[in-house]
Design a binder for this molecule. Sequence first.
Ligand code: ADP
Ligand code: MG
Length: 535
Amino acid sequence: MALAFDEYGRPFIILREQEQKTRLRGLEAQKANIAAGKAVARILRTSLGPKGMDKMLQSPDGDVIITNDGATILEQMDVDNQIAKLMVELSRSQDYEIGDGTTGVVVLAGALLEQAEKLLERGIHPIRVAEGYEMASRIAVEHMEKISHKFEFSVTDTEPLVRTCSTTLSSKIVSRQKRELAAIAVNAVLAVADLERKDVNLDLIKVEGKVGGKLEDTELIHGIIVDKDMSHPQMPKQIKDAKIAILTCPFEPPKPKTKHKVDIDTVEKFQTLRHQEQKYFDDMVQKCKDVGATLVICQWGFDDEANHLLMHRNLPAVRWVGGVELELIAIATGGRIVPRFQELTPEKLGKAGLVREKSFGTTKERMLYIERCANSKAVTIFIRGGNKMMVEETKRSVHDALCVARNLIRNNSIVYGGGSAEIACSIAVEAAADRYPGVEQYAIRAFAEALDYVPMALAENSGLQPIDTLTAVKAQQIKEKNPHCGIDCNDVGTTDMREQNVFETLIGKQQQILLATQVVKMILKIDDVITPSEF
Ligand code: ADP
Ligand code: MG
């Protein structure tokens, strides 16, 4: 509260906004932060696993998104709590690095926070908790390496890759088609992969979608597709061994950049102008023909006159192709983007074995397929689906599968899923806790308990008794010394994830543990929350 005077000397009182609100410090701050983090994790918990639920999100402009992907859910949610934002960021980093496991990482972080809260209440200093978590995470990551398996795959035997990608897809809407989609993703990745260097450039895989048709119609195209059609309906619909001129200059007479005025006062003058214009078009078309182009792809439009002429001179053309697509076409066909007609030379033409226009459904929707390109390392996954939401979610799911296939090419180690790896690590961390004499051992034990939250969430989402199921599986792991026992979410009849073919990548799982620990440590170390209005 402050007393001030206006320009006439009259006193008035300034009440600061939210004067009553006190700033959070110490344990209060930590507890509030943990509560915020846990709230975010609770939202995602029900989306984990093959029986996980989907979320429907509505954007401010009314668009509806239905998704099961943790990163997408958090991205679309409008969180304005700083700590909750850290959780969003956490999911995003997992998405950047690994691509899959974005829900699991948040669930794990939430579990770690919940456990930390209990320790803080017992009077253990947050720094000790953070240190204990750090040690425990190292033990867990090492143990995960121990229980991992390497598998060999080759271009001819892609079965292990397909199986791992199917596990990723099994938690998505598209799970009824998981084998087919997994095979498409694996083939796409292998088509662009550099197996020598163990590297995959995912930019070369374009994921396109169009509403209509069935999910089963989804296909892998060795080439690219462009959402455009031939500029004139009478142009050929199919061109074999196409030589493509990729132009960023328009088919029209040049317009001077400065102000100009043309006075036409006689019929003759008009005729000359018209002839000149026609000659311009004609020269341009001739230039394209001279260098041997059989197809013109143009960034700009051209008017009916040019269009008609192109059709007449038997030079098929596509207009209004976007810059990104143009670049992709250039890369795929080995051509060069030409900014001026004068610069057009035969070497700059792109080459493709087949260019065809395909129409869909009963509408006038057509797309251009450019296949058998000179540079075969560009593929497109073309997704079909009943509605926009389905197509979009399929795109995201396929992205997850592509990332998993790429990760396996980089590092072909896998662990078994269904929470089995987490349970195995939990047992290992629990056992290691006894070796630490200090207060950290409480934090290490808490970490082990937090790891159990993932299988518990899987069990709960599948309609099983979480604690009963977890204890049974854990006992089985210890008794049979088998780290592959997990939660039988689909009621197959066995808990052995090896038999169920539920695989996950080692680096993905390790990254989950590392990232979750990092964020939780960061949250625990905050003991004062200062927002601008409270200075
Ligand atoms: P994320 O976004 O973290 O990848 P998902 O919803 O894809 O979340 O769920 C992944 C979890 O589901 C993993 O722990 C994985 O092991 C488990 N999972 C996937 N398929 C199965 C299955 N058929 N049986 C049991 N667990 C499965
Ligand atoms: Mg997944």
